[in-house]
Design a protein around this ligand. Sequence first.
Ligand SMILES: [Zn+2]
Length: 175
Amino acid sequence: MSQKKNQAIDNNWYQKVDDVADTEAAEVRKSHIAGTGVFAKRDIKKGEIILPVTGKKLHESEISEVDRSQSLLQIDEDWYLMATGTIDDFLNHSCDPNLAFTPDGQSFFALRDIAKEEELSWDYSTCENDGEWKMKCLCGSPKCRGYVTGFPALDESTRQRLLPLAQPYLRKLYG
Ligand SMILES: [Zn+2]
């Protein structure tokens, strides 16, 4: 199972960037990472909850080949959230992100103070449990790992660092 957010340019919902509802703190715009991204509309304080994690909940057995070309966010061993075109679907990956999952896995919160206009991002490895999956990373961070991978493929020190920020099912599996 792979999460292909950055390659999802052929999806219908992806084309309708102008129709994506902003929130009070975030909006969708062109990004240097992958064409489109989500940006801070105002200064954000460390610890603030910024966006809910949304999507259509699908069991592994319900996911078709078409769905597999969409953005999928893994939330349990056989469960995924499929992108439905809401603002959280446009968040790009970064190896040095400014957002992460809240402990319940249902929202993104600010890992640090974020300035107005900064691109918002999270680490895709904190939800994906497929050890075979990898995607070339375009984040451009000095801390870039080169490839975005599933959680099991991370090196031990990265895994330990990211574990508290991972989806709850991963904390159970690897904690
Ligand atoms: Zn990177």
